[in-house]
Structures are given as structure tokens and as C-alpha cells.
Design a protein around this ligand. Structure first.
Ligand code: SF4
Length: 317
């Protein structure tokens, strides 16, 4: 395998192309995302694609205390801003439409909600989480217009590149739809992010490493990686108790080693926004990593990069 000698081509000292340095380059101030639950659903829950949702999904893991569809968008944002502004007075905010599929509604309702968020004082843009099969040209044209004035992030859950795994997790869309959505979204002034889960049942470790190469060829800006977690109240929780042999969960140490290998194969242009997901303790069944916090894991990942004298993209070609 060839080695890419272009060490740290992203122009900062981290061994990976990290999100906070990216934000610092984009804005002169600190940026905080404020989650909003607009009360949307998703086609994998309302019956148009499926019922019961993706096997790992429990949307209770998404919502902080101020976030509830019983409140207006404005109320949720103002409460979130009141909470976060105590520590950093001058920061700006991105309204994060996070729970369920936030483009899965009538376009006029979407416009109303997005605009309600953008009118809140201190909000300079939107982060819109959705599925690759919930996007269309009309909405993209509208977001493209908004992006002339605001910072608009469109975040797609791709989860895996393996069509069989997508069926196994009841995802209800194909990888081909992911590729199409990313094609439709590019060159519009939008900031495109993707989610990818490492360790889904059906994906071997080799598959995951191969996916690092596949997603490296796609057109997007930021990547959120998640370790597979078994969450209470999900279909996967039932599968995990009935057929645990379906799963090959990572210990913390294995995961740290693995994401470094994964990152070595990633296009160095991709900004890594997140390496792990931290679900609420009371909802998490497995893997249990002894209460290690997100920042502690990221520190260990950085240490591992340094010990191995490696970096994101070292094996990308
Ligand atoms: S993960 Fe997203 S697409 Fe899947 S069921 Fe949950 S909200 Fe719907």
C-alpha cells in the first residue's frame, strides 16, 4: 500500500483534519449548535418506507433538556441560547434541526420553521439533519438561496456503504440514494456533512476500512463517526439480547486503534467532526466504556496517532 507523505496538509498541528480548527477558520468567534426538535417524523417510522424505524434508533438520545416539540422553534432556541451564553457571551449559534428527518415535511412548513430559527437573535445559520431519500431539487434550490446569506449545513445519515447492511438495519434507503443525494447537493454553497456508523451488524472490520476509501471519493465536507451503540428501547436492543452473536462491539481500546486505521485511509480533505457518540448513560446498554468522556477518547485517539507516527490520509491514494 502506498503512503501519502503530504503530512498535515490541512495546515494545523492535529494529526487529523479537525472540526474546531475548521470552525475557527470560517468564523471569528466561538460557534455553538443549539438543538431544535421541530416535531418531524421520518419515512421509516410513518409507514411510507417502513415502520418502527432503523433498528438502532431511539430519538430520546438526541434531545437536550430545552428541546421539545411542545415548544416553538423560537422558544427552544432562546432557552438554549440563554443556557449557553452564560459562559461565552459573544458566541454565535447554529440552529440544529436534529431529531428525526428535518427535510421530511411540506416545503412551506419547512420554510416557515427554518426562517423562524434564522430570525432568532444570534443565530447565523442552520444545521439540518436528514436522510438521503428525503431531499429534492426544490428544497435544495431554496437552501441554496438561504446559503447566500446564512451558514447552511445539510447533514446526511449514510451509516454504511453496504446495501445488505442497510437492509439488515431496516434503514429504508440504499447507498445509491446516498450517492445521488450528495451529487444533487454539491456546488450549491451548502456545507455538506455525513454520519457513518462503525461496527453495524453485517459490516466486518475490513468492510469498514474499505468504506473509508469509498466515502473518500464522495463530495462532502464534514464527517461524524459513531461507534455502534445498543440503546434501550430499540429493535437492536432486542436482537442484542436474543442473538448477541450478531454483534461485534468495540472495546474502547479496540475502537481507538480502529478509528486511527480508518482515518489513515480517509481523504485528508474530509473534516472529522466527531469520532464517537456519547449516549445518555441511562439509555446505553453496550458497549460500556467505563464512563470515558468524549474528550478523553479524543485525547487517546490523538495520542495513538502520535505514537504510531501516522495521520489522516497517510494511506489515502
Ligand atoms: S435513525 Fe433517523 S431515519 Fe432512522 S428511524 Fe431514526 S429518525 Fe428515522
Amino acid at each position: 500500500m502506498k503512503e501519502n507523505k503530504n503530512i498535515y496538509s490541512w495546515g494545523h498541528q492535529n494529526p487529523f483534519n479537525d472540526f474546531s480548527s475548521h470552525l475557527k477558520k470560517q468564523f471569528n468567534t466561538r460557534i455553538q449548535k443549539i438543538a431544535v426538535d421541530a416535531g418531524f417524523t421520518c419515512p421509516n417510522r410513518d409507514g411510507s418506507k417502513g415502520r418502527g424505524g432503523c433498528t438502532y434508533c431511539n430519538n430520546d438520545t438526541f434531545n437536550p433538556f430545552y428541546c421539545s416539540p411542545q415548544k416553538t422553534i423560537k422558544e427552544q432556541l432562546e432557552e438554549g441560547i440563554a443556557f449557553f451564553s452564560k459562559k461565552y457571551k459573544t458566541q454565535k449559534y447554529l440552529a440544529y434541526f436534529q431529531a428525526y428527518s428535518n427535510t421530511y415535511e411540506d416545503i412551506n412548513v419547512l420554510k416557515e420553521y427554518y426562517n423562524e430559527a434564522l430570525k432568532v437573535r444570534g443565530v447565523i445559520g442552520l444545521v439540518i439533519a436528514t436522510r438521503p431519500d428525503c431531499i429534492n431539487e426544490i428544497l435544495l434550490d431554496y437552501l441554496q438561496e438561504l446559503a447566500k446569506k446564512y451558514y447552511i449545513v445539510l447533514e446526511y445519515g449514510i451509516e454504511t456503504c453496504n446495501e445488505e447492511t442497510l437492509i439488515k438495519i431496516n434503514r429504508g434507503h440504499t447507498f445509491a440514494e446516498t450517492v445521488k443525494a450528495l451529487e444533487m447537493s454539491k456546488n450549491r454553497g451548502l456545507h455538506i456533512g455525513v454520519h457513518y456508523v462503525i461496527g453495524l451488524p453485517g459490516d466486518s472490520r475490513d468492510d469498514n476500512l474499505n468504506h473509508a476509501k469509498i466515502i473518500s471519493a464522495l463530495d462532502f465536507e464534514t464527517l461524524k463517526l459513531h461507534q455502534l451503540q445498543i440503546i434501550k428501547g430499540t429493535k437492536m436492543a432486542k436482537q442484542f439480547s436474543e442473538t448477541p452473536e450478531m454483534f461485534n462491539l468495540f472495546s474502547a481500546k479496540e475502537y481507538i486503534d480502529f478509528v486511527v486505521k480508518f482515518s489513515e485511509r480517509l481523504n485528508p480533505k474530509i473534516i472529522i467532526e466527531r469520532f464517537i457518540s456519547e449516549s445518555p448513560k441511562d439509555l446505553l446498554i453496550a458497549p460500556q466504556w467505563g464512563g470515558l468522556k468524549n474528550f478523553e477518547i479524543v485525547d487517546k485517539i490523538k495520542k495513538q496517532f502520535k505514537e504510531l507516527n501516522t495521520w489522516q490520509g497517510k494511506l489515502y491514494y
